[in-house]
Design a binder for this molecule. Structure first.
Ligand code: HEC
Length: 223
């Protein structure tokens, strides 16, 4: 079933994106990389907030509202380089919602994440994922760099001195890790009782408010 959904979604993606493929122009300069990575992470955080708070709402609109709340800026107000990247992410949301409404994939959180990740990789060469020390999907298994900082974030939680994010400029890429904390609204799926099934059919982890759920990890190629 999942395989079929993936094939359908990939063919759809291919048809949607092959024509304007060479016109994406979402390259990011070294100077703009830190803010673009941050806006992208906030976009993901907005996605979770919207899913958690408005199960019945218009997700595309709610994500943009949450983005304004978290970043203080609307998409149109972002610097042009960041805006182009986030526009691609927003198109991926549209495709995910289309596929979900058609019934191709029931698990909307998973579909949304994968769709944004695929589109950003395909169109902009940007790698995004959501690693966690207790990942639901093996795709979100942290690499050694992510694991090191996730463990640091967790220690900070215990001490209650929360570091906000970790950024690092390497030769031709900018890496960024933005922690995602558990809020009350996430508990519906990630809270207790541990081991019971949430609405998407996954097992709840038994997190509590203010725990570290995971992070958004961004690898941006820079010029
Ligand atoms: C409607 C249920 C639902 C709600 C509400 C929800 N999540 Fe999730 N979450 C999921 C599902 C399903 C996955 C697995 C997605 C996948 O396979 O990529 C997931 C995965 C994640 C991951 C990736 C790590 C992993 O386990 O694979 C993070 C990070 C995350 N959620 C954060 C949050 C945060 C933060 C909130 C609250 C603001 C939240 N979620 C609310 C269903 C939910």
């Amino acid at each position: 079933m999942l395989k079929k959904a993936l094939i359908v979604s990939n063919i759809f993606l291919f048809c949607c994106w092959i024509r304007p493929l060479f016109g994406a122009h979402c390259g990011v300069s070294r100077e703009r990389a830190p803010e673009t990575a941050r806006y992208l992470a906030l976009f993901f955080a907005s996605g979770w907030e919207a899913i958690a708070k408005y199960p019945q709402g218009d997700l595309k609109e709610k994500i943009q509202e949450e983005l304004v709340r978290l970043s203080g800026k609307s998409l149109e107000e972002l610097p042009p380089e960041s805006q182009k990247v986030l526009q691609e992410a927003l198109k991926a949301v549209e495709i995910a919602l289309f596929l979900h409404q058609r019934g191709d994939e029931k698990d909307l959180p998973r579909l949304l994440g994968r769709q944004i990740e695929v589109i950003l990789a395909f169109r902009c060469g940007i790698r995004v994922k959501q690693p966690s020390l207790r990942f639901r999907d093996p795709y979100n298994r942290p690499d050694p760099w992510e694991k090191r900082f996730l463990e640091k974030f967790e220690v900070e939680v215990v001490k209650d001195r929360r570091i906000s994010a970790k950024g690092s400029l390497e030769d031709s890429q900018y890496r960024y890790l933005y922690p995602l904390w558990v809020h009350k609204s996430c508990l519906r799926c990630h809270g207790g009782p541990q081991g019971s099934r949430d609405i998407t059919g996954h097992l709840r982890e038994g997190y509590r408010e203010r725990d570290l759920r995971g992070a958004v990890s961004v690898v941006l190629p820079v010029y």
